[in-house]
Design a protein around this ligand. Sequence first.
Ligand SMILES: Cc1cc2nc3c(=O)[nH]c(=O)nc-3n(C[C@H](O)[C@H](O)[C@H](O)COP(=O)(O)OP(=O)(O)OC[C@H]3O[C@@H](n4cnc5c(N)ncnc54)[C@H](O)[C@@H]3O)c2cc1C
Length: 573
Amino acid sequence: MSVAKYLMAGRILEDRLFPYPSLREKDREVLGMMVDAIDQFLGPKQQDFKRWDLAAEQPAEFIQGLRDLGLFGLIVPEEYGGIGLSNAGYARVLSQSSSHDSSVSLTIGAHSSIGMKGILLFGTAEQKARYLPKLASGEMIAAFCLTESGAGSDAASIRTQAVKNADGSWTLNGEKIWITNGGIADLYTVFARTSSAAGKITAFVVEAAWPGVSHGRHEDKMGIRASSTTAVSFAGVQVPAANVLDTEGKGFKVAMAILNNGRTGLGGGAVGGMKALIAHATQQAQSRKQFDTPIAQFGLVREKIAQMTIDCFAAESVVWMVAHYIDSGDEDYSVEAAMSKVFASEALQRSAYEALQIAAGSGYMRDAPYEQITRDCRILTIFEGTNEVLRLYIALSGLKDLGRSLGELKAAVDDIFNNFIKGFGVLTDYAEKRLTQATGVGRDKILTQMPEALREAAGVYERYTVELAKASDYLLRKHGKSIADRQHDLKRIADIGIDLFVGLCVLSRAAASSRGPGEQGEHAVRIARVFAQQAKRRMANAVRRITRNEDGEMNALTGFILDKGSYPWDVLI
Ligand SMILES: Cc1cc2nc3c(=O)[nH]c(=O)nc-3n(C[C@H](O)[C@H](O)[C@H](O)COP(=O)(O)OP(=O)(O)OC[C@H]3O[C@@H](n4cnc5c(N)ncnc54)[C@H](O)[C@@H]3O)c2cc1C
C-alpha cells in the first residue's frame, strides 16, 4: 500500500498518513541520552571541524571518540552488541550530529546507512554473527562500493568482475571510485558483474585486509572534506562463497534496497543542517543592525526565516513519516523514500543559500559557518541517486502501477488492443467513473479527521490528488510506453507527487500538533496552511505546463548550443 503510488491513482490513503506517528518509547529513552552526549562531544569541536575541513582529514583519535560514543552501532540489533535504534531513531541521531558537522554524519552514515546495511537486510546468520559485533563497536568500519568511472547513475553498467572458481569462491577484479569511508573502512559491500550463467550483478562482503584490496588517496573535494572519499581497487581478490550477499545475480536488487532503506539517514542529516542554519540566521538577524534597525525587522529578511522554518518542518515531517513506514515493516516505500530525499536535500540547499544571504558579507567570510555548510550540503542532491534520476524514478514507478491498473481495467472490459495503454483511450468514460469512485471527486471531503483550521489546506491536497491522477492518465494515454522518454513531463508528475506527499505529511503533523498545548501547535497549523498554498501554486503551474509548455523550444535551443559547443552571442558582433 504505497501512499505515493496511490496518490498517482487519485487516492489519499488517509489511515496511512493520519495520525502522525510518534517515536517508539524505547528510542526516546536512548535518544535523550545520545543527543546530549553528541552535543557534549561535538559541541566544543567547532574550531577543530574547521581545521579538519581545510586540511581534509578526520584524525584517528576523533574517530575513536565516535566509537566510544557508540555511534557505529546505532542500528545494529542489541543481540549483536549494537544500540538497536529504529530507522526513525537513527535519523534523529544523524540530525543531531549534522547540526555540528556534516563530515561526521557522513562517516557514521556511510557506515550504517549503506556500508553495512546489506548485512542487516540480507546477511545470513553466519555473516551477521561474524561481522555485526565488530561493525557495532566500530572495530570494523564499513563502506558501500557501487560507483565506477563508467557507471554513476547507470549503476547497472558496472564492470568490476567476479569470476567463480572451481571451489565456489570468487576472484574479484575492478575499481570503484568516490567511495565514502573508502580510506578508513575495514569492510566493503562490493557490487560486481558475475561471469556465471546467472550473470548479472552480485553483492559481496569484502574485507579490506584481504590481499589485493587497496584504496587510493583522499579526494580533494568541494565539501564534506574531512570525510574520507577514495577509490577502492580489487586486484585478484579471493572472496569466499560464504561472502555473497543474498543470492548470486541479485546484486542490483540488493543495492537498490540498501539505498532505499538508507535514505532517511540522509534526510535526517539534512534536517539537522537546517536546524543549525535557522539558529545561526535567527541570531544574526537579531544582532545585526542596519538603518538603526535590527535586520530581523525587515520584511525580506523575515520572509527568509519563515521560509527556512517551513522547509525544515516539511522536511522533518516527511523524513520521519518515511522512517515510520520502514520501521512498521512496509515493503513498498521506495517512492516515498526518494521523495523525502529529493525534498530534504533541496530544502537544505535553499536554506543554506538564504541563511548566508541574511549574513551577507560576513556570511561570505570563512570564519562564519555558512560557506562550509553551503559547500557541505551541495553533495546531497548528487549522491545516493541524483535528484534528477530520483524524480524520474518517482514518476515512472507511479505511472507503472497506474498503467498496470489501467491494464487490469481494460482486461475487465475486453482484450482488444495490442497496446493496452494507448488503447485505453476508448475506455475513458469507464476510467473516469472509476476515478470518481476512487477519489471521491464531487464529494466534499476525503480527509475526514481534519481540524477546522486545516480544512482548507486539506482541500488543496484532495483536489490536486485528483489533478495528478488525471494528468498521469492523460500522459499515459497520449504517450503510451514512450512516456519513459518524456523527461519534462515526468519531472512535472514527480514534482506534483512530491508536493502532495510532503504536504500531506505536514498536514498530518500539524493536525497532531494542533491538539497539543502551547504556541507550537498554533504555528504548526500556520506552517501547514502556508505550505499548502505554496504547494498549490507550484502544482497548478506543473499541471498547466503538461499541456502548455516550451519543452520543444527548449530542446531546440539545447540542440543548437550543443552543436555550437559554447554560447555564440557577443555584444561585440
Ligand atoms: C563525495 C561523494 C561521495 C560518494 N560516495 C559514494 C559511495 O560511498 N559509494 C558509491 O558507490 N558511490 C558514491 N558516490 C558516487 C555517487 O553516488 C555518484 O556520483 C552519483 O550516483 C552520480 O553519478 P555520477 O556522478 O557519475 O553522475 P552521472 O551519472 O554521470 O550524471 C551526470 C548528470 O546527468 C544526469 N543524468 C544521468 N542519467 C540521467 C538520466 N537517465 N536522465 C536524466 N538525467 C540523467 C544526472 O542527474 C547528473 O546531473 C559518491 C560521490 C561523491 C561525489
